[in-house]
Write a protein that binds this ligand. Structure first.
Ligand code: ASP
Length: 316
């Protein structure tokens, strides 16, 4: 595929905010072609041969880190997984010192997850490598929103006018922020469904409708996206108890019945079963597309690596 304009302006993927519908659609089209190749087992290519990709994760991850590793390997890159617990970061090295070390090693692509919002953007100013934000604090998780859009599009081909209800812990969710920007750019109607304590202060600026009642927020929805209660980012008092949260905001069959009969159910993982989602819904082969989200994660990340590789400065 060739493109007549930069799909990822600046040569990094730091956020969805700022990307426009044609950029997003081009990435999704390319990812769709990788999804087909992956299913056919025809994935080994040499697009990234001689390139080094470093996974630099300062926060835990299962799906994101592994899928970047698989995506990079399928495109022929050399992959290094930097485990922060065994690196010099624990000896007090600053983020920028780590950056200059990685720079000196001629790293081509840096995939960064960090607890501080803005850390990947800061690194992008200091390194030669293309930087991909794999989740920064409560700010953004751009590849998650793109893989979510790809998954939705496979079930509901036109995103324009689709009603997407994003439910649960919005305040702490970088997934929610990236999805709001992505879905708004693609013309979907975004609803946030949460107790007032789990909604960010700037919610009115996000171009969404807000609901505090699942039955109203889910009424007529095409897509129901559940989020994890992020206890590790809570200072306490925001949620009474897991059991009570489930009663009012957990997705079960009764609440799902308010959405459209063919509504799909999503979750970025990791799931707290019985807290934000009941197992019978999470594992429902007809309504749940949670497994497909993981599959699309690899294809989408291959597309992002492909696009960024076209703009790399270092010759190999
Ligand atoms: N895995 C997602 C993230 O890193 C969602 C979550 O942790 O709840 O943001």
């Amino acid at each position: 595929m060739s493109f007549s304009y930069p799909i990822l302006p600046g040569g990094h993927l730091l956020a969805i905010e700022g990307l426009e519908a044609p950029h997003i659609a081009a990435l999704l089209d390319l990812a769709e072609s990788y999804a087909l190749l992956n299913r056919q087992g025809k994935t080994q290519r040499d697009l990234l041969k001689g390139r080094t990709l470093i996974n630099l994760f300062f926060e835990d991850s299962t799906r994101t880190r592994t899928s970047f590793e698989i995506a990079g390997k399928r495109l022929g890159a050399d992959i290094v997984n930097m485990s922060v617990s065994t690196s010099s970061v624990n000896k007090g090295e600053t983020l920028l010192d780590t950056a200059s070390t990685l720079n000196a090693m001629n790293t081509d692509i840096l995939v960064v997850r960090h607890a501080q919002s803005g850390a990947p953007a800061l690194l992008a100013q200091k390194v030669q490598a293309a930087v991909i934000n794999a989740g920064d604090g409560t700010h953004e998780h751009p590849t998650q929103a793109l893989l979510d859009a790809l998954t939705i599009r496979r079930h509901k081909p036109d995103l324009r006018g689709l009603i997407v209800a994003i439910c649960g812990d919005i305040t702490h969710s970088r997934v929610a922020r990236s999805n709001i920007h992505c879905l708004n750019a693609m013309g979907a109607e975004v609803r946030l469904v949460a107790p007032p304590t789990l909604l960010p202060a700037d919610v009115t600026r996000l171009g969404v409708q807000v609901f505090h009642d699942m039955t109203k927020g889910l009424a007529g929805a095409d897509v129901v996206m559940m989020l994890r209660l992020q206890k590790e980012r809570m200072s306490g008092g925001q949620v009474p108890s897991a059991r009570e949260f489930f009663r009012f905001f957990g997705l079960d069959r009764e609440k799902l019945a308010y959405a459209k009969p063919d509504a799909i159910v999503m979750h970025p993982g990791p799931m707290n079963r019985g807290v934000e989602i009941d197992s019978s819904i999470a594992d429902d082969p007809v309504r749940s597309v949670i497994g497909e989200q993981v599959e699309m994660g690899v294809a989408l990340r291959m597309a992002v690596l492909d696009v960024l590789a076209r703009g790399l400065r270092r010759n190999v």
